[in-house]
Design a protein around this ligand. Structure first.
Ligand SMILES: O=C(CO)COP(=O)(O)O
Length: 251
């Protein structure tokens, strides 16, 4: 049984103080849920929010990591640093990082390995553009991203990763993939995983859906057999709405 993960990707939003306020309010109103609860703030929000979250089930993750442990990489954060801070999850390969910051499949693969080597879990984002979807090449595209991200990982390591399917056309647009379309692609990803890393790992890997997930649509997405959680941008920024994701969404 794969545990549901509700991950809030805050992107470049909120100051550390606003993040701490959010955690305090969430703690005070924490709902009953079977889901794992994760917020990924900006890098400077991680430490103060970890302190605020102490003693609760709220986990604080990171939105990115470099693959090297140290060196002349101005502005970057190493996996060693994140691991030393006690960060459990690191998002990699988000379409915004791929598009705006030119993160390649090869970078994503190196980051996945480095994050696993430091005892953390990568949340590997994949997803097609509208153009690719309209050309009917979306499954092929996503399969390529998944295989590239997991290249040369042992089945044992691969079993630990989380994959997030985020169709680019559904991010921040209010257009969610229908639950059926999301399930279709995510089932396809599980088939690709079967080929790439074997049955056991393919059944263990959690696959999230992301793209305009809200309290109103989270339940129908999570009802699907292969969808193990959500990676949420906008609707994770307000406490009420994040709680709605947890209560609407527990499997
Ligand atoms: O990119 C996303 C999460 O990583 C999705 O963002 P929205 O939920 O705002 O569409």
């Amino acid at each position: 049984m794969r545990q549901t993960l509700i991950a809030g990707n805050w992107k470049m939003n909120k100051t550390p103080d606003e993040g701490v306020d959010f955690i305090n309010e969430l703690k005070a109103n924490f709902p009953e849920t079977d889901a794992e609860v994760l917020i990924t703030p900006t890098a400077v929000g991680i430490q103060p929010m970890q302190v605020a979250a102490k003693g609760s089930d709220i986990q604080i993750g990171a939105q990115n990591s470099h693959f090297e442990n140290s060196g002349a990489f101005t502005g970057e954060i190493s996996p060693e640093t994140l691991s030393a801070m006690g960060v459990p999850y690191v998002i990699i390969g988000h379409s915004e990082r791929r598009e705006i910051f030119h993160e390649t499949d090869e970078d994503v693969n190196k980051k996945a390995k480095a994050i696993l080597d430091h005892g953390m879990t990568p949340i590997i984002c994949v997803g097609e553009s509208l153009e690719t979807r309209e050309e009917g090449k979306d499954q092929e595209w996503v399969a390529g991203q998944v295989k590239a991200a997991l290249k040369d990982l042992s089945s044992e390591d691969a079993a630990k990763v989380v994959i997030a399917y985020e169709p680019i056309w559904a991010i921040g647009t209010g257009k969610t993939a229908s639950a059926d379309d999301a399930e279709k692609m995510i089932a396809h990803i599980r088939d690709i995983l079967f080929e790439a890393v074997g049955e056991e790992a393919s059944q263990a890997i959690r696959i999230l859906y992301g793209g305009s997930v809200k309290p109103a649509n989270v339940a129908e997405l999570l009802e699907k057999e292969n969808i193990d959680g959500a990676l949420v941008g906008g609707a994770s920024l307000e406490v009420d709405s994040y709680i709605g994701l947890l209560t609407g969404g527990a499997k």
